[in-house]
Design a protein around this ligand. Sequence first.
Ligand code: THU
Length: 134
Amino acid sequence: MPPNFDRDSLLAAALAARSRAYAPYSKFAVGAALLTTTGEVFTGCNVENCSYGLTICAERTAACSAVAAGRREFTALALALSGGGTPCGACRQFLAEFAPKLPILIIDADQPSRITETTLEVLLPGRFALDADR
Ligand code: THU
């Protein structure tokens, strides 16, 4: 994890974002908080739809929010969800577009003392790139 960065605040932001999840179908709420190199935090939650496949994950909501605000350089991601699982494959590829080595903190929303750390580099080896040599 990068120095000078407040893990607890980022995890708290992910938990707060999770409380805003719109997940009436799966009932599985997810929150994400993305820290930028400028020190800003952009949050996201999953937003489901009655046409299930249109659902957007929390991680992509957060990334889109940041990019729409003009921020594309990320320092860390915090994720809050029941059971403390890892980002889905689609979100891994989506985040890797901007930060292929992104440090990721994951908090189990049911047991907040359970915090794990990983990186996008570990979770997504061999990401898709237009230039296959990258
Ligand atoms: N979900 C996320 O928000 N992020 C992930 O990385 C995996 C899954 C959401 C999508 C759906 O609303 C719910 O969790 C159950 O799959």
